[in-house]
Design a protein around this ligand. Structure first.
Ligand code: TXA
Ligand code: MG
Length: 317
């Protein structure tokens, strides 16, 4: 470790274990890292970046063994990981049934993007925390990705707990993202590993999915948000035969109600959203209720994202 010492990494690991945010250098760009197994910590990433939407986040692991604890890791994934990891290749794979990584990191999808970064500091941090780290690029949403610690300081300096300065990022563009489905590999985002290099390893050309920054993001797959029970929005209170998703003072008592954040904290609400919707859906369907009513959520901070997801979940299908 050329620039940092172990004390810095250990301090950063302690911050992350407590749910904090640390910018870490990777070979591609600086990442805004948090404990991927904590809903609250992952929600804090979205809030700090001012991300208008819950795009899925890449989860950083030390190696393929660590990844295989959380996602299905078929032979093709093993082949790609042994060819390119550690390195700038993200593999989108199905979450295991017992996957303990926050649902927010998957943005409601059944898959997870995982990669092992090729950077001594990032590797040391993952191993010191001993958990996978969710990390999008460490920039405010819509601005250019940071390749120097100073870039991170300018954009996010007052919003995060620590910046690990590893000097300039060597790759400088984000990782290549591929989705593995059976024997097929789809290119979701071009990046640090060339498509041809991947095709050589796979043995067949990689299908070129249209270039988009959030190819399978929630907005394109509305049904992923749709609970089985109908959802009624902007409800001040539930009707007698409805489950209720409360927020702040729009609260309901009883076994069929949950409150996203009794104190009205929008970041906490975001952290709870997917898990609470799932629970209320189970309650509504098993108890024969006619649907779920959801309290109004203010359009501030992550409120845009929450309302976007709720609107999709409530949309006619
Ligand atoms: O190089 C990189 O990939 C950097 C460093 C920090 O590792 N990270 C990065 O993260 O670029 P971010 O959040 O800027 O880009 C994440 C993108 C999402 O917008 C989405 O396109 C894709 O990764 N992604 C993540 N998980 C996915 C999933 N389960 N399905 C489809 N796409 C996914
Ligand atoms: Mg980004």
């Amino acid at each position: 470790m050329s620039i940092l010492n172990n004390t810095d990494v250990n301090n950063a690991a302690a911050i992350i274990r407590k749910g904090g945010l640390v910018a870490m250098p990777t070979e591609t760009v600086y990442g805004l890292a948090a404990d991927a197994t904590s809903d609250a910590a992952v929600a804090r990433i979205f809030a700090a970046k001012g991300r208008p939407q819950f795009n899925p986040l890449i989860v950083h692991v030390a190696d393929a063994d660590m990844a295989a604890r959380y996602v299905e890791f078929p032979p093709l994934a093993k082949k790609l990981a042994s060819a390119f990891w550690p390195g700038p290749l993200t593999l989108v794979l199905p979450r295991k049934a017992d996957c303990t990584i926050s649902l927010l990191a998957s943005a409601g999808l059944n898959t997870l993007g995982v990669r092992a970064p090729n950077h001594e500091i990032a590797q040391s941090l993952i191993r010191a925390v001993d958990r996978p780290l969710a990390a999008p690029s460490a920039n405010l949403s819509g601005t250019i990705s940071p390749t120097l610690a100073e870039h991170v300081r300018q954009g996010l300096g007052d919003k995060i707990d620590m910046i690990l300065d590893g000097g300039p990022c060597l790759v400088g563009v984000e990782s290549t993202i591929v989705k593995i489905e059976g024997d097929a590999v789809f290119l979701l985002r071009p990046g640090g590993v060339a498509g041809e290099a991947i095709a050589r390893v796979v043995g067949v050309p990689v299908s070129n999915a249209p270039h988009t920054d959030s190819p399978q993001a929630p907005g394109m797959l509305a049904s992923h948000y749709a609970p089985r029970a109908p959802l009624r929005l902007d409800a001040a209170a539930p009707e007698p035969d409805e489950a209720f998703l409360g927020f702040g003072k729009a609260n309901a008592e009883g076994p069929n109600a949950l409150n996203l954040s009794p104190s009205g904290d929008i970041t906490e609400a975001a952290a709870n959203l997917f898990a609470y919707l799932r629970t209320l859906d189970r309650i509504a369907t098993t108890r024969g209720l006619k649907g779920i009513a959801a309290a109004p959520i203010p359009m501030q901070g992550l409120g845009d994202a929450i309302n976007d997801r709720l609107a999709r979940a409530a949309a006619p299908r």
